[in-house]
Design a protein around this ligand. Structure first.
Ligand code: HEC
Ligand code: HEC
Ligand code: HEC
Length: 129
């Protein structure tokens, strides 16, 4: 009869699993997987409507707010947290600064496999290639 040496086998299995899943842990614990997109900002602007971190994490909320302001309240002016005024428009305001949709919006969305349906109705900026 074979007697397994639990004290060697169990750590062995754990080490094997750690090694086998290393790329996974590296990606999540190490932070930046090597393929994370670097969205390209085109144009001269240096500042977004709201601070960058807020934009990065919450642009969906902002876009929803914008839509609701226009569709429900008929308001087309957004006053940003720094007091600056913007005309509420996805196609004109956002995409005026972020005219390179492919290298900006899509860079993140493709990576995350998100395909917003906005462009079925909203005009997409023309991109010079
Ligand atoms: C079925 C068509 C349709 C789709 C899909 C759609 N919208 Fe709209 N959206 C409209 C219409 C119509 C208005 C009102 C236009 C106006 O009064 O200027 C509007 C208004 C808006 C506005 C405010 C006005 C403007 O021109 O920006 C925002 C912001 C907006 N939508 C964001 C979005 C986002 C973000 C998505 C995708 C998640 C989206 N919409 C998808 C039809 C659509
Ligand atoms: C006046 C020009 C301008 C307008 C208008 C503008 N942006 Fe920006 N946006 C920028 C700039 C410049 C940055 C980079 C900010 C920085 O690096 O601090 C940025 C950053 C962002 C980011 C974060 C990118 C990253 O790398 O984390 C997102 C997302 C974004 N914008 C989406 C939008 C959306 C959606 C709208 C419309 C609601 C919009 N922007 C309107 C200029 C603009
Ligand atoms: C820094 C990466 C990044 C950039 C740049 C970026 N997005 Fe996003 N976007 C995300 C993430 C992450 C989500 C999903 C999480 C969320 O809803 O906030 C998302 C979700 C969205 C959604 C909601 C999609 C849905 O179907 O619910 C819309 C609309 C959107 N983004 C519009 C834009 C537009 C327009 C731009 C370019 C002006 C842009 N995003 C640029 C990362 C980005």
């Amino acid at each position: 009869m074979i007697v397994y040496d639990k004290e060697k086998i169990i750590p062995g299995i754990i080490i094997f699993l750690l090694l086998a899943t290393l790329p996974f842990w590296y990606t999540f614990v190490g932070g930046q997987p090597s393929v994370v997109p670097e969205p390209q900002i085109s144009g001269p602007a240096t500042q977004c409507v709201e601070p960058k971190t807020y934009m990065r994490n919450s642009h969906t909320d902002l876009l929803n707010t914008w839509r609701n302001e226009v569709v429900r309240k008929g308001n087309r002016v957004y006053i940003a947290s720094d007091g600056k005024e913007y005309r509420i428009s996805l196609s004109n305001t956002c995409m005026d600064c972020h005219s390179n949709k492919t290298e900006f919006c899509d860079a993140c969305h493709n990576y995350l496999q998100i395909v917003p349906d906005c462009w079925n109705c909203h005009i997409q900026p023309e991109e010079s290639k």
